[in-house]
Design a protein around this ligand. Structure first.
Ligand SMILES: Cc1cc2nc3c(=O)[nH]c(=O)nc-3n(C[C@H](O)[C@H](O)[C@H](O)COP(=O)(O)OP(=O)(O)OC[C@H]3O[C@@H](n4cnc5c(N)ncnc54)[C@H](O)[C@@H]3O)c2cc1C
Length: 457
């Protein structure tokens, strides 16, 4: 049997692919439900993700899986609307003419910004089309230095810096230019007239998780089951931190995985396994095996507001001004409110760099009160009485800091050399989750581990 640690999209994808290749699998999920970061809330209509989700056109693996599971007809590509909130005004920034009308950048600034986004290097006056082909060339280049060189100071300060503040906070200057270029490539083609399309699954991405869960077989997934140890060839199940030591003690001779230990209903179970896929955050991998991952993660606090009121025409509102949240997303300007029984749904969210940040220390009720005031400041027409419900989710590890040298820190899929034969890693610190963590990346990582186990890769 192959044990999978974690019932998020990566663990379920690994299990699904392993079963397709004829392997017996058991997924162990610590919480009471599968889905991990893609979990949902109920609404008066379709469920809504606790953390905002959509697909970019460049993501193919998830689209194939959606089709394979018979959900292809439910995948919708919708034009999004992006805006920038500056000095109390919402400036649409999606379509070419909207960007041209944006008053806070000069024509020259916009030209330099557009050229970078189109991946054309115009430094020195002679356009070059291959400068950005290999993003690894920019892995060690600080993002600020790169943007000052490849656009203008004003583009950096008025456009990129507020976005980097919202995304990486105090860690923004650690991020590499390779991450930015990777993101530019990750986004889909943009129609000059209508802007960019994003993908969404009718009924929400919970439908995909549910279908995957069904496909794997509910009898092959145990929820409420926390994996607490991985036992290797030296014998006893290891309660954290010993598999790497075993590998070292064996002098590279190679212990191999034998069992996993699971805490469930206050009981401890041990299961014999032929291999283990750890499909969880790298701190879980470290607890189970001692494998240290140097990637820093940031957390997220994210509230979903159900109201009777639409506040703007925009889906994604970036905020240049000081605001209590990093982004305001009116989901029902992307997917219509009729899908949610007429509820208008917004997200307010902030990334957290340290557990000492005030926001992280606030209770959910305090966050919601603070953010309600922030919404009212931004949208004076906001009526707090229009709020039907608000729910807040938080997680201390939701996205890596894509700092310089990141690719040297990713955790390999196959940890046979580093830990023990038969241990694989499909969590967010894997290569498939670069330059952006995504459902697609989770599926790719799960598939990669499965293919390595079955020898198909
Ligand atoms: C704010 C935010 C916005 C996002 N936006 C998008 C987006 O627009 N598009 C997109 O595609 N993706 C988006 N993502 C990313 C996407 O949600 C993740 O990449 C994906 O869900 C990660 O899946 P995973 O299976 O690797 O990890 P997770 O979802 O974290 O699953 C890991 C699972 O392992 C379980 N676990 C942990 N420890 C143990 C243990 N010891 N034993 C058993 N189980 C354990 C956890 O309970 C969890 O269920 C977003 C994420 C966030 C937070």
């Amino acid at each position: 049997m192959i044990g999978v640690v974690g019932g998020g999209v990566a663990g379920l994808a690994a299990a699904y692919r392993l079963q397709q290749r004829g392997r017996e699998v058991q997924v162990f999920e610590a919480s009471d439900d599968v889905g991990g970061l893609a979990a949902v809330y109920e609404t008066a209509g379709d469920p809504i993700e606790k953390f905002y989700h959509h697909l970019s056109a460049s993501e193919g693996t998830i689209v194939e899986l959606i089709e394979e599971l018979g959900l292809g007809g439910d995948l919708e590509w919708r034009y999004k609307t992006d805006s920038y909130y500056v000095d109390g005004v919402v400036h649409p920034m999606e379509k070419a003419w909207e960007i041209l009308a944006y008053p806070h950048l000069s024509i020259y600034d916009k030209f330099r910004l557009a050229m970078l986004v189109k991946e054309i290097d115009v430094r020195g006056g002679i356009p070059r089309f291959d400068t950005y082909d290999d993003i690894t060339d920019f892995e060690d280049v600080p993002i600020k230095e790169f943007l000052l060189d490849h656009t203008t100071r004003h583009v950096y300060e008025s456009f990129w810096e507020p976005l980097l503040d919202a995304k990486f906070g105090s860690r923004k200057e650690d991020v590499s230019a390779a991450w930015l270029l990777g993101r530019v490539k990750f986004r889909g083609e943009r129609d000059v007239i209508r802007g960019e399309q994003l993908g969404y699954l009718e009924g929400g991405f919970g439908v995909l998780l549910d279908e995957l869960y069904e496909a794997v077989g509910t009898e092959n997934v145990t929820t409420g089951a926390r994996v607490t140890g991985i036992g290797t060839g030296t014998g006893a199940a290891a309660d954290g931190g010993s598999a790497v030591a075993d590998a070292a003690a064996a002098g590279g001779g190679g212990p191999s995985v034998e069992s996993i230990t699971v805490e469930r209903d206050e009981e401890t179970e041990t299961h014999d396994v032929d291999a283990v896929v750890v499909a969880a955050m790298p701190n879980v991998l470290e607890d189970l095996t001692g494998y240290p991952c140097e990637i820093d993660f940031q957390g997220t606090v994210c509230s979903v507001w159900s109201t009777d009121q639409s506040l703007s025409d925009t889906y994604w509102l970036n905020i240049k001004d000081e605001a209590p949240f990093g982004v305001f997303i009116e989901h029902t300007n992307f997917v219509p409110p009729e899908r949610y029984g007429g509820e208008h749904l917004y997200y307010t969210a902030s990334y957290i760099q340290s557990p000492e940040e005030d926001l992280w220390e606030m209770s959910d009720a305090e966050v919601e009160e603070y953010w309600a005031d922030g919404i009212e400041d931004m949208f004076p027409g906001f009526d707090p009485a229009s709020v039907n419900w608000v729910q807040t989710a938080r997680n201390p590890r939701t996205a890596p800091i894509y700092e310089r040298g990141y690719l040297d820190m990713v955790v390999p899929y196959d940890l046979s050399e580093e830990v023990a034969e038969g241990i694989y890693y499909a969590g967010m610190a894997s290569k498939a989750q670069y330059p952006e963590r995504s459902l697609d990346g989770g599926i790719e990582a799960g598939y990669a581990c499965a293919d390595l186990i079955t020898g198909d890769r």
